[in-house]
Structures are given as structure tokens and as C-alpha cells.
Design a binder for this molecule. Structure first.
Ligand code: ADP
Ligand code: ZN
Ligand code: ZN
Length: 755
């Protein structure tokens, strides 16, 4: 805990005011109780009226003339208002993830923007269902597939939010306007979705739950009523009925006078899913998405605060919706790495949700087909409740998965980037006019070296993560800094085909055009999705059948349902398998399993080809067999052995400076300081710590700023957090800072990717 005589407080809690705090003196009788996040009363203004205020920073030195500083009058009892909860949440985030109280507060508070209400339009059907059906058929014949898609939806829905059609069904505004001109629909501007999507069946569209589903709902709600507020893992493949369970739980939560927060990664927030929520909860539900302006977001927060809505759905930041009394937090696709913020503080939405639920007395439900190892571990040891949905309720059978051994391909003289099996299946699909998705995983790829002949991957002898190729012909471990000269021949089999995998999506696209000139190919990666709508445009084009093959990075694998896709190819499964961090096998397993789920969503059976140089690696084998438990067993053994999360905690410390020597020296000083503490802890028999590094960061220099990283491992979380505070204090100290070249440090607890 930070000690000091002075406190910066904010009197009016809002995003804008946190940068302009007022300084007060902490009277000695309160010094034990005042900490960051405390709610206090202070004399304010000329009349010294007592106002409620929140402490955002404790300081040792006064920042203004001491005689002008008034004293804190008292500490106020916890009132459990929304502000107080948000303040406590921010204080917890700051303690756990580092950064500052001010940055943490800015994360949890909405920016106050005057800009008016959320402007929305709704599309109202004027034609009969039959007219829509006939028109849809005509459009399909004329290949006006976007129009046809809207008309098909209008057959069953009399009213649809325009935003949903545009953003999620990939329909352009001109398409809708042209339908309006034809008299098929009316587009009306509304202030909010007053009465969204009633549809023919009305609100009562609900399935009687299966026995498995009912057991989850009963289990969670009866715990809740008995005062047991827990976290549960809901484990079940796509189509097993998880969303249906969430909706019944939300309903139970609303019946109990509470509100619900539903986190879904933006990319998985599909049209069908949103429509189901709108239909079930009407105007009591609101959707948060990244395209809303700050003003619109603020408006939504106000609605939540005033009790105008009960349910919010959105990505990570929806967690900070200021509901008065949350009863349930659902995190769908809980394994997604986007739940970890890469901003400041580097919080994980899952952990933060669980803490927030504790403040509200709410339950948490985590859903996934491929749970994160962290979550499954906690479900196994009883910390979380566990439910499994085993049956797929709709949608076809699981696809057939083929593994292509790329070493074999080389031996057979095939040096191309596609295996013979993949080529054969691609040709078949092209002739049958079915669609193909091919993806390369780039994220987290840091130039690992492998042998194309025997599959050997060069790894760090100390950390068991792959080495990365660096300038000057070096191979480096980004955890411990181990270095070795790059090799020309495979150390295992002597082959000269040893190198990093370099092909990108663009080369794949070019190759496909050469091989299949008649095929229409679309590419989706960071380059082709730079402009605002390009992402939607590409998806729309592919889903309306304007292309035969979609090539992309892993962004094409998640979330989208293309019923005509019957073949998915993972071109370089090893690329993510050997990214140089401890979660790479988990990410590969998850990605391949999700990819397999993309094939054969419609009536036609799907097939998947996984290309790899390591066909016997457990990450590949278990993904092909869709066997989560087998994967988990192997992976947990590796984590246990290496002391990686969830077996222990790991904190990455990134040290940056505009001068290479300074960065190196500062990283070494901080790492040595930690090592000293580790030695002392060992002697005193408490809080064991292991320090690894420092080493060059994955990206050793960005914008002329040099980056060094080191890692602290240990099972005592509190001790790791203590170390962070010691390091933070060291960074501020005159010896370290002074008038020398400035150094900054960033901390990442249980990171998703290395720095
Ligand atoms: P998940 O979220 O696990 O992918 P969903 O809840 O979306 O699963 O369910 C998959 C499909 O099965 C949906 O079309 C849904 O409407 C349907 N479904 C869900 N529960 C039932 C049920 N009890 N009876 C019939 N159909 C159901
Ligand atoms: Zn080899
Ligand atoms: Zn190493």
C-alpha cells in the first residue's frame, strides 16, 4: 500500500474530472484507512461545504503550497452506490494490473459527451411475407444477393433495426434505400428501439430447454437464490445451446430485479445472435459496439444508470456499464484473447468481471467450446462450477479433418504451399461451386525456425519456447535472452531446408490465381481491411457468393457463418504452434477447432485440411480429433513443468528507453533488484520468485524506443504484486530517474502475448 500525507481527490466522479484532482491533507488519525479508491468527505469551495470525494492518488510531497491545503474531514461509510462500486473496481484494477488510479478510472468511467441521443433507424416491412418471398426469388435469379438476403429476413420479421442489417447482415445502405423506393419497406428514424423486432411469432420465441440446458439454468438460479454467487463454466460446442441458456438466465436475473451484462467478442456478435436477444428482451436490451460515438456510448450508460435497460451486450468494455445492481455477467467465447486489454491498465475482462460480480453479489457464467486453460483449470479444481452441454441441437455433423504432413509433401517432391490433399479437395469444391476458406495465422508469429524435412523446431533449452530469428544472424529466446548463432543445416537431420515460414496471405492469393485462373479469390488481412468498411464489404461479397475462395489471417475463422463453405484449410498450423510464448499451443488448438467449426455449417458436409510439419504434436492431434480433455491434460503438464499460468503466475515487465544502453542497463537493474528479493524470500522461506531475463522484446525497437523485457514467475500472486510496487517506486526514485535518460516500464500480469 502506498503511504503518504497527502491525497489527491476528485469531488465529481466523471471521466473528465479525474485529470483535475484537488489535494488534501490526510489527518494522522485517518492515515491507516485512507487509500486509493477510498470515499471521503472534504470541505469544498469558499464555504467549505462538506462534499463526498474519492481518493485517486496518495502523495508524500505536497504539490501546492502546504498552507493552502485543507484536511480531509472524514471517511464515509461504504454506500454501495454505482460510483462507489466503479471506484472500488478501478482501485482493484490498479492494484492487480498496475498503471495509475487515474488511468484505471478512465477505463471504467464513460467519457461525458453532450452529443444527443442514440439515433436509430428501423426498417418496417410494407409488403406481405408472400410478396417478400416472391421478390427474393426474383432477386436471387438476378444475382442481387444482398437484396435477396434482406427480403428473406423480412419474410419472418416485420420490423428490423437498420443497424443490425447493415453491420451484421452486410447490407449496404443504398440496398435498403432501393427497397424503400420499390415500396417494400419504410425506413423510419427513431430515438431508440422502442419496439424492436416483434415479428410474427411475437416475443414468445423460446425453445423448451433440453434436460442438459435446464440443469444449467436451475443450477445457477437455485445457487443464486440460496445466496451462493459463483462463477460457472458452461462448456459446449457451437450449436449446443449455450446462448439459449444465457437468455433464460438473464430472464431469471431480470425477474429478480437485477441487470445482466453479456460480453461477446465483437467479431462473434452475429446478426442471428443479436436478433435473438432483441426478440427476447425487446427495448430492455442495448448493444454496445465500437462504431458508437462517445456521445452515444454516454447516452447508453445513462440509460443503464437510470434503469431504462436491463441487459447490455457488447465487447470487453461493456463490462463497465454502470448498472445499479448487476445479477449476472455472461462472458461468451471466454477463451478469446481480445478479453485481455492491451491498453492501460492491462486488465483481463474475465478476472475483472468476477471481481465486479463480487461487488454486486452477482453470478458469472463463462461459455466456450474450447475453454481457456485458465478457466478449465479452475473448473477442475472446484473453484468454478462446471456444466457441460454435449449435444448439438441444430446444424450438421462435425466435419472430417485431414492432417497433411508437409514433410511428406517435400519428400514426394511437392514444394508448393498446398498439400496434394488440399489441392485435390480445392479442385473438387471449385467444380461443385462450393466455397473455400484458407487461412494463415500471423498473429504472435515471431520468425521461428523449423526444418521442412523433419519438422524440428529450434527451441530455447531453458524455457521450452521457440527461438526467434533476429538481425545479425542470431536466434534469441524472448523469455530469458538465450542466444545462439543461426543455423544453416538442421541439427537433427542435417537437411538444408531449414528456415522460417515466410509466405504471407498475398503470396497465397497470387499462387491461387496462377493455379486456378477461373476461380474468384478474395483476400482479407490487415492490408485489405485498412479502410473503415472494407471488412464488411469483403464479408458481404464472400457471403453473397461473389468469390469462391477467401484467403486471410485468422480473422476469417471467427464468428462468421457461411453456409456454402465446405472446405477450410489451415495453411501453416505450426506458425501459431511455435510462436515464442507459452500460450501458443493453446491458441493453435483453439484456432484449429474453431476453424473446423466453420466448415459445413449448412446442409453439406464439411472437410478441413490442417497442414503441418509436426503432425504428431498434441496441439494438432487433439484439435483434429476435437478432443478438448486430451489437449488440456497435455497442456497442463507443460504448464506445471514450466511454472506457467495457471500453474503459477507470470508477470512480464517491459522496460523502454530512447537509448539502447540505457534500456539494457535499466532492465538489468530492475531484474537484479527482483533477483535480490527472490534470494531473500528463499532464505526466509516465503513467496518464492523466479526471474527470467532480461532479453530483447519480440519487437526490439519501435519508433526509436528500445525495448527490453523480463519475467517474474511465482505462485504467490500477492508477492508478485508487491514486487511490482517496489519496481514502480524504484522507477520514481531520484537515483533511477533523476536527470538521466527517461525510462518507462509496463507490467503485464499473466500475459496473452509476449511484449
Ligand atoms: P450455442 O450458443 O451453444 O452455439 P445456441 O443457443 O445458439 O447454441 O443454439 C444453437 C441452435 O439451437 C440455435 O438455432 C437455437 O435456436 C437452437 N436451440 C437452442 N436450444 C434449443 C432447444 N432447447 N430446442 C431446440 N432448439 C434449440
Ligand atoms: Zn531436420
Ligand atoms: Zn529461454
Amino acid at each position: 500500500m502506498i503511504r503518504g500525507e497527502y491525497a489527491n481527490v476528485i469531488v465529481d466522479i466523471s471521466h473528465e474530472k479525474v485529470d483535475r484532482p484537488f489535494m488534501y491533507r490526510i489527518p494522522s488519525e485517518l492515515s491507516d484507512r485512507v487509500e486509493e479508491g477510498s470515499c471521503v468527505t472534504v470541505p469544498f469551495g469558499r464555504g467549505n461545504t462538506l462534499r463526498k470525494a474519492y481518493v485517486v492518488q496518495i502523495k508524500e510531497e505536497p504539490e501546492i503550497e502546504p498552507e493552502k491545503i485543507k484536511s480531509i474531514a472524514g471517511i464515509s461509510e461504504k454506500d454501495q452506490g454505482v460510483d462507489e462500486l466503479m471506484m472500488r473496481l478501478a482501485a482493484w484494477m490498479r492494484r492487480r494490473y498496475g498503471s495509475t488510479m487515474i488511468a484505471a478510472l478512465k477505463t471504467v468511467l464513460p467519457a461525458r459527451e453532450k452529443v444527443g441521443k442514440l439515433k436509430k433507424r428501423e426498417v418496417i416491412r410494407l409488403w406481405s411475407a408472400e410478396e417478400c418471398e416472391n421478390a427474393a426469388e426474383t432477386c436471387e435469379q438476378k444475382h442481387q444477393s444482398a437484396k435477396a438476403r434482406v427480403l428473406r429476413e423480412l419474410q419472418t420479421e416485420e420490423l428490423l433495426p437498420e443497424d443490425l442489417l447493415i453491420r451484421k447482415l452486410h447490407i449496404s445502405r443504398p440496398t435498403l434505400l432501393s427497397l424503400e423506393k420499390q415500396g417494400a419497406v419504410e425506413i423510419r428514424e427513431i430515438e431508440y428501439y422502442r419496439n424492436p423486432v416483434s415479428g410474427k411469432e411475437g416475443k414468445g420465441v423460446r425453445h423448451p430447454l433440453s434436460e442438459e440446458q435446464q440443469a444449467v439454468v436451475d443450477g445457477v438460479l437455485s445457487d443464486f437464490d440460496a445466496g451462493i454467487k459463483k462463477t460457472y463454466l458452461l462448456h459446449g460446442i457451437t450449436g449446443a445451446g449455450k446462448t439459449e441458456v444465457y437468455m433464460d438466465l438473464i430472464e431469471g436475473c431480470i425477474e429478480r430485479g437485477r441487470q445482466a451484462i453479456v460480453l461477446i467478442p465483437e467479431i462473434a456478435l452475429t446478426y442471428q445472435t443479436l436478433l435473438r436477444f432483441y426478440k427476447r428482451f425487446g427495448d430492455r436490451v442495448s448493444v454496445l459496439n465500437s462504431t458508437l460515438s462517445a456521445g452515444e456510448k454516454y447516452d447508453q450508460c445513462m440509460r443503464a444508470r437510470n434503469g431504462e435497460i436491463d441487459v447490455i451486450i457488447g465487447p470487453r468494455s461493456a463490462l463497465f456499464t454502470p448498472f445499479p445492481k448487476v445479477g449476472l455477467i455472461v462472458i461468451d467465447e471466454e477463451h478469446e484473447t481480445t478479453y485481455k486489454s492491451e491498453g492501460n491498465p492491462r486488465y483481463h475482462a474475465r478476472e475483472t468481471a468476477i471481481y465486479l460480480a463480487g461487488l454486486h453479489g452477482a453470478s458469472v457464467v463463462l461459455g466456450s467450446a474450447t475453454p481457456s486453460v485458465d478457466t478449465y483449470y479452475k473448473a477442475q479444481n472446484g473453484e468454478y462450477g462446471y456444466f457441460r452441454l454435449t449435444k448439438r441441437l441444430t446444424g450438421g455433423a462435425l466435419p472430417e479433418v485431414h492432417i497433411s504432413d508437409m514433410r511428406e509433401e517435400l519428400r514426394a517432391g511437392n514444394k508448393s504451399m498446398f498439400s496434394r490433399k488440399l489441392q485435390e479437395l480445392m479442385e473438387e469444391r471449385l467444380s461443385k461451386k462450393e466455397q473455400i476458406m484458407l487461412f494463415l495465422n500471423r498473429r504472435g508469429y515471431a520468425g521461428f525456425i523449423s526444418c521442412r524435412s523433419c519438422g524440428e523446431v529450434l527451441k530455447c533449452p531453458h524455457c521450452d519456447v521457440s527461438l526467434s530469428e533476429h538481425r545479425g544472424g542470431k536466434l534469441i529466446c524472448h523469455y530469458c535472452g538465450y542466444e545462439t548463432p543461426t543455423v544453416k543445416l538442421c541439427p537433427k537431420c542435417g537437411s538444408k531446408y531449414i528456415s522460417g515460414f515466410r509466405a504471407g496471405t498475398q503470396q497465397v492469393e497470387e499462387k491461387l490465381r496462377q493455379m486456378y485462373p477461373q476461380a474468384r479469390v478474395l483476400r482479407m488481412d490487415a492490408d485489405t481491411t485498412k479502410t473503415k468498411d472494407s471488412y464488411e464489404t469483403i464479408l458481404e461479397a464472400f457471403s453473397s457468393g461473389e468469390a469462391d475462395i477467401l484467403v486471410g489471417t485468422q480473422m476469417i475463422v471467427k464468428g462468421h457463418d457461411f453456409p456454402n463453405v465446405t472446405l477450410v484449410g489451415a495453411l501453416a498450423a505450426d506458425m501459431s504452434l511455435f510462436a515464442s510464448d507459452f500460450r501458443s499451443a493453446e491458441r493453435t488448438f483453439e484456432l484449429l477447432t474453431q476453424a473446423a467449426g466453420r466448415a459445413g455449417r449448412g446442409e453439406k458436409k464439411g472437410e478441413v485440411v490442417i497442414q503441418t510439419y509436426q503432425p504428431e504434436h498434441y496441439g494438432i492431434v487433439t484439435a483434429a480429433a476435437q478432443d478438448y480433455e486430451a489437449f488440456y491434460e497435455e497442456e497442463m503438464e507443460y504448464r506445471d513443468l514450466g511454472g506457467y499460468p495457471p500453474a503459477a503466475h507470470l508477470m512480464a515487465v517491459l522496460v523502454t528507453a530512447p537509448n539502447e544502453d540505457r534500456a539494457e542497463e535499466a532492465a538489468k537493474t530492475l531484474a537484479d533488484l527482483t533477483r535480490k528479493r527472490a534470494e531473500r524470500n528463499l532464505q526466509e522461506g516465503r513467496g518464492r520468485l523466479f526471474v527470467i531475463g532480461p532479453a530483447e522484446a519480440t519487437i526490439a525497437k519501435i519508433n526509436d524506443v528500445y525495448r527490453r523485457v523480463f519475467y517474474i514467475k511465482g505462485s504467490d500472486l500477492q508477492e508478485i504484486l508487491n514486487v511490482r510496487e517496489v519496481l514502480e517506486a524504484e522507477l520514481e526514485s531520484p537515483a533511477f530517474a533523476g536527470d538521466r535518460i527517461p525510462v518507462t516500464a509496463a507490467f503485464d500480469l499473466d500475459p496473452m502475448y509476449g511484449f
